[in-house]
Design a protein around this ligand. Structure first.
Ligand code: ZN
Length: 343
């Protein structure tokens, strides 16, 4: 099992050289959070079944094709609504701590708090009482692998739609990512990277937590950095976040980010073709793996929107190995499917 292999050179997405002068590129919010799960069925049952997100892509980890990569989001899998999982059933349990994205928050409508508390109780999921922070009320709980999740009630939740055809009534459905909370021994260098290089602005402070926004403070643009001096360092494995990805509008701006970060001596990966977006990766000073991912091309590149997540999709370079890959992957039952639809 490999958590982050060096990039495969045959996966590198080549771009034509850009000759014109490029203006400062922008980050427009969170693109996705990727975490590690053990059992894929338990993961599907929780994120699609309990939380009511749409499974928008069923594929494999391109760097480890014997493992599922499960993507959940809104109806179309818009950037900013996505949480994804590498499923490694035999991997060890990780530990949440400093140097990690410790908590992933999703936006819910303000009047949906009662619905979600009832649902947590009904499903016997331990949770904390609603809590106030940054003028928002949130409910905290863990997924079956121990990943820390928050549902954050926000007045601007109505600016985004949830998955309309899932198990949650549309008025109460999750409206995409809200924020991530990074834990750091010392948050100064992370803050500097966000504000001096990546274009984030500080919004507020609440005790040891500083909140940054990529744009105007709206849900899906928020990064909270909590200083946890003396706390243990996290280890990335099952039940922890592997990386957080930020949105950039297009390939040209991503190329520009690559240059800027390289000039600042970050060890930036080559631009990788992730089939549904193009990505660069680098580690921020506190140790969290950051990714910058393009909005296009999106999830409807290899199956229509109304069929998203209903079949195992492989990138062209793995298609010839489909039968081998399918023999290795554990069988799963898709959301809303009978056993006959199991893969
Ligand atoms: Zn990613």
């Amino acid at each position: 099992m490999i958590f982050l292999k060096p990039p495969r050179t045959d996966l590198i997405f080549c771009l034509a050289p850009i000759e014109k002068e490029i203006s400062m590129p922008e980050i427009i919010g969170l693109h996705h959070v990727t975490a590690i799960a053990a059992d894929p069925q338990r993961n599907i049952d929780f994120y699609a079944g309990f939380l009511g997100l749409r499974l928008v892509k069923l594929t494999v980890n391109f760097d480890d094709p014997g493992a599922y990569h499960l993507y959940y989001g809104d109806g179309a899998g818009h950037p900013g609504t996505l949480i994804t999982f590498f499923s490694w059933p035999d991997a060890p349990r990780g530990r949440q701590g400093n140097g990690q994205v410790a908590i992933t928050g999703f936006t819910i409508p303000q009047d949906a708090l009662g619905f979600w508390i009832d649902r947590l109780i009904e499903h016997h999921i331990p949770h904390e009482n609603p809590t106030r922070r940054f003028d928002e009320t949130f409910i905290a709980f863990k997924d079956p692998d121990g990943l820390m999740i928050e549902l954050v009630a926000h007045p601007r939740s109505m600016e985004r739609e949830g998955w309309q055809q899932g198990p949650i009534p549309a008025p109460q459905a999750i409206r995409g990512l809200h924020n991530v909370t990074i834990w750091q021994e010392n948050s100064d260098k992370t803050s500097d990277l966000l504000t001096k290089t990546m274009g984030f602005k500080i919004l507020e402070r609440d005790n040891t937590v500083a909140r940054y926004t990529a744009t105007d403070g709206s849900p899906g643009t928020l990064v909270d950095v909590r200083a946890n001096p003396g706390f243990w360092r996290g280890s990335v494995a099952v039940g922890t976040v592997h990386h957080v990805a930020y949105r950039t509008p297009d390939d040209e701006q991503q190329q520009s980010w690559h240059g800027i970060l390289t000039d600042l001596d970050y060890q930036v990966s080559p631009i990788m073709d992730r089939q549904y977006f193009h990505s660069i990766y680098y580690r921020e000073p506190g140790g969290v793996l950051f990714e910058i991912a393009t909005d296009p091309p999106g999830f409807a590149t290899d199956e229509p929107v109304n069929k998203l997540g209903t079949h195992l999709k492989l990138p062209p370079w793995l298609e010839s190995e489909r039968s081998t890959i399918q023999a290795i992957l554990p069988p799963i039952r898709l959301p809303g499917a009978g056993d006959a639809d199991a893969l």
